[in-house]
Design a binder for this molecule. Structure first.
Ligand code: KG4
Ligand code: ZN
Length: 333
């Protein structure tokens, strides 16, 4: 007790998980490869593919978890933030399923769930901790005081870190989503080959739009001299871009850790799968005296396992919502 079914459909992954008494026993992720043809997520297509995937994904998750739907105690779902049409599919499914089986409904904030993914496996961070949440749509430094008591202490003023990776990949003619490909090429390159400017932003906030423009101009200028510049230097460009983004992210995280005098430090979200970020953080933790928490790969990018663990905590707290709930494209903590 309790057994929670969780649904995630905020962007281009249809994911369904089962949490059985705090343990994730299934985490099915149906990726939508169709968007690769368009160089980015097409919201209307994402909704349609969620519609096709959701029932098979639920059946598969229940089968992997060896759970009959009549044994479930609650249905958790991502209410937002995300693409409205994509969220609608998951929210509508969760509401119908809960209504049919007379189960309580649990609303989960996607960004909180990225952070709560740290409570799936050991070691778990101790409150209060700081979490750098870096995804395709968000870049936030969050002060986590309790499961659902979180405060954003720094965030991007424009593009997210994931967008900086994906837009650089686009400039380099790499397919969408480019973040993992930059990571892959970077592993063969020299991170100090090229230097990109660090944005000078006050306090704990970030900005990546100028950074992206700097890369665009850098590539354009080099290609004027040598049209094959990108092809000949791909690994070095990727390694240098990744090195710069990781430095920008970690410099502000260091500043936040100092300001709040906190040494429990976590990362979360799709970009926390980046090997440069993971390795640099692991390397610097001893000199800073930090306890560092890095999620398992399967819980970095969008997944319903994180929705299930957040749903489990809300179930224990008796925090439920009614059938009048609706998705929210923008959603605060
Ligand atoms: O959390 P997520 O799956 O979806 C959102 O909620 O946005 O994050 C997706 C983002 C994309 O921008 C993707 O390129 C980036 O995470 N990403 C990576 C890596 N894996 C995923 N960026 C850099 N290196 C990676 N290995
Ligand atoms: Zn996400």
């Amino acid at each position: 007790m309790p057994i929670i079914l969780a649904i995630e459909s905020s962007c281009d992954e249809t994911s369904v998980a089962v949490c059985n008494n705090g343990k994730i026993t299934a985490n099915v992720i149906a990726n939508q490869t169709i968007h690769e043809n368009y160089g980015g997520v097409i919201p209307e297509l994402a909704s349609r593919v969620h519609q096709q995937n959701i029932v098979p994904a639920v059946q598969q998750a229940l089968s992997i978890a060896k759970v009959n739907k009549n044994e479930l105690n609650g249905v958790a779902f991502t209410q937002g933030p995300g693409l409205l049409g994509a969220l609608l599919v998951g929210v509508s499914f969760a509401k119908s399923f809960a209504l049919a089986l007379d189960l309580p409904l649990i609303s989960v904030n996607h960004m909180q769930a990225h952070i709560l993914a740290h409570f799936i496996d050991e070691p778990k961070p101790k409150f209060p901790f700081l979490c750098l949440t870096v995804s395709g749509g968000h870049t936030q430094i969050v002060l986590v005081k309790d499961y659902f008591d979180m405060e954003i202490v720094g965030e991007t003023l424009d593009d997210a870190a994931g967008e900086a990776f994906d837009k650089t990949a686009k400039i380099l003619n790499l397919p969408y989503p480019g973040g993992p490909l930059i990571d892959k090429h970077a592993q063969q390159g020299n991170p100090l080959a090229f230097k990109f400017p660090e944005p000078q932003i006050q306090g704990l906030n970030y900005s990546f739009s100028g950074f992206k423009t700097a890369i665009l101009y850098f590539i354009r200028d080099r290609q004027k001299e040598n049209p094959s510049f990108v092809e000949q230097n791909l690994a070095d460009i990727c390694a240098s871009v990744q090195y710069s983004i990781v430095n920008i992210l970690l410099n502000k995280l260091k500043k936040a850790a100092k300001q709040y005098d906190i040494k429990e430090i976590a990362i979360a979200g799709g970009v926390s799968a980046n090997s440069g970020l993971r390795n640099t953080l692991s390397d610097m933790k001893d000199s800073l005296g930090w306890n560092v928490y890095i999620p398992a790969f399967q819980y970095c990018t969008d997944n319903a396992g994180m929705i299930a663990i957040a749903g489990y905590q809300k179930f224990l707290a008796g925090d439920f919502v009614g059938q009048d709930v609706s998705p929210m494209a923008r959603m605060n903590f």
